[in-house]
Unconditional design. Structure first.
Ligand SMILES: Cc1cc2nc3c(=O)[nH]c(=O)nc-3n(C[C@H](O)[C@H](O)[C@H](O)COP(=O)(O)O)c2cc1C
Length: 457
């Protein structure tokens, strides 16, 4: 019998009050209001490490959700991802109190130049001894574009084309600029680094001009572990070329499988191997010692969930809550002039306003959601691993730190008994945890720049 497949568990976070479980910040004992305290992050990091989990994955947006009801008022009122803090700045504090867990941070390729980001990420990879990952996003909020000097958003597929050149610049800086043996650090000769082994990159592309050499010192992983979340053809092609871990949702098992196959096909088309891409899903786990404890938690979460928050987060194009529940959704959509908007197009003919609202709330209970006692939860997670083919989960927090504490106390021992959680080795980089090696494989496009090769083409 081969060893059972083991689960990677990250805690899904964002440095704000209301990330994805809208309204729940109000629950007694929830620490979300402390997101601006350093202690919040160091406590969480210790809990994740001592609990045997793999890491903390930080989402980020650089604009406000201002579509719903025509303004950012709902988002501001609810602390919905505004205010928020820069996720990169939280990592050194968490790294200082841990030595095993990884940190994934979201950063957009659309607004800040690659040279500055390359330097920041190398700094983090060095300081954490190779425990960082980057969630590559191109940013979907129109307000973000206006924050960075644009009149409007750059069209979707164009953002991915820019991202493609952006990561190319990063690869040149991270992989190609400093040879592995460039640093000599020899006090006798007074030579710190060998100039012959440090290369300018002289990148002159359509969107970026970067001379180099990289300022960031060569770090354990060089390129941080590359995460991405996507669903569009342009995004899937990008992921096939670049991403190592795809972070995805999926309402049904078929949804997930179709998406995963599309990414693996795209990777193969780029000369990579199907196993070069792993899949981490956003998952909801509500666990209790008894069925009635589980039922209580579910009831409390349901009663405190903010529908306004969900609608504002989804960028719902009109105020659906202003229409009677029993009226047809199509009438409301026509009345609001929102026909054809993607947020409403997904509902089948004949859906009522009430059904649409219920479904919007329930999307949080999709394929990768389980509520139950530890045995029930572990059985379901084993199905996700073995039947659906996921590699890991990003654990959605209903209550901080209650959700993580429950998972650590009740689910981890059960998964351990079943051989589904692996013990971590100190000194392991994040890429080693996922792929067994600290550096990108030779078949990844970043590798072509190693040793200063191919930089000027
Ligand atoms: C689970 C999940 C988490 C995401 N987290 C972020 C995030 O933190 N910041 C962000 O700008 N976009 C985030 N996104 C959005 C993606 O970057 C992307 O815009 C979205 O998946 C649509 O893909 P597409 O651009 O290929 O159509 C997330 C998407 C998913 C599915």
């Amino acid at each position: 019998m081969p060893d059972p497949k083991q689960l990677i568990v990250n805690v899904f976070e964002m440095a704000c009050v209301s990330h994805i479980t809208h309204g729940l910040w109000r629950l007694p004992g929830n620490n979300r209001l402390r997101y601006g305290e350093l202690d919040y992050w160091t406590e969480l990091a210790r809990l994740v490490e001592h609990g045997g989990l793999d890491g903390i994955f930080l989402a980020d947006v650089v604009g406000a959700y201002d579509t719903f009801r025509g303004s950012a008022d709902t988002a501001i009122r609810e602390g919905l991802q505004i205010p928020n803090l820069d996720p990169l700045l939280l990592i050194p504090a968490m790294a200082a109190v841990t030595d095993r867990i990884g940190f994934g941070a979201t950063f957009s390729t659309t607004y800040e130049p690659p040279f500055a980001f390359a330097r920041r990420m190398s700094t983090l990879d060095l300081l954490t001894k190779g425990r960082v990952g980057w969630n590559i996003v191109t940013s979907y909020l129109p307000n973000a574009a206006r924050n960075f000097g644009l009149e409007d958003q750059i069209p979707h597929d164009e953002r991915y084309r820019i991202a493609d050149e952006y990561v190319d610049v990063l690869y040149k800086l991270w992989e190609g600029s400093w040879d592995d043996d460039a640093i000599v650090a020899d006090p006798a000769s007074g030579v710190y680094a060998d100039p012959a082994k440090v290369h300018a990159i002289e990148h002159r592309g359509e969107h970026f001009r970067v001379a180099g050499p990289a300022l960031g010192a060569p770090s354990p992983q060089r390129t941080p572990l590359l995460f991405q979340a996507t669903g569009s053809p342009a995004g899937i092609a990008f992921a096939g070329k670049h991403a190592e871990v795809v972070f995805t949702g999926g309402r049904t098992a078929d949804d997930f499988r179709r998406n995963a196959e599309a990414m693996r096909d795209a990777a193969e088309r780029q000369g990579r191997e199907r196993g070069d891409v792993k899949f981490v899903v956003q998952a909801g786990v509500v666990v209790g010692r008894t069925d009635s404890e589980v039922a209580d938690k579910l009831r409390i979460y349901r009663e405190n969930t903010s529908v306004d928050g969900i609608l504002a987060h989804a960028g719902f194009p009109f105020d659906i809550t202003a229409y009677p529940r029993e009226s047809p959704l199509s009438d409301a959509v026509t009345d609001a002039g929102a026909a054809g908007h993607p947020a409403v197009a997904r509902f089948p003919e004949g859906t009522t306003v009430g059904q649409a609202l219920d479904q919007l709330v329930k999307t949080r209970h999709d394929r990768f959601f389980v509520a139950g006692t530890p045995g029930v939860v572990a059985d379901e997670i084993e199905r996700w691993l073995d039947d659906d083919g996921i590699d890991g989960i990003n654990l959605r927090q209903y209550h901080s730190f209650g959700t993580v504490q429950d998972f650590v106390e009740l689910v981890v021992p059960e998964l351990r008994r079943r051989g589904r959680i692996r013990e971590h080795e100190a000194g392991e980089t994040l890429r080693e945890r996922f792929f067994g090696t600290p550096r990108l494989p030779e078949r990844h496009p970043a590798a072509r720049y190693r040793g200063g090769k191919n930089l000027s083409v």
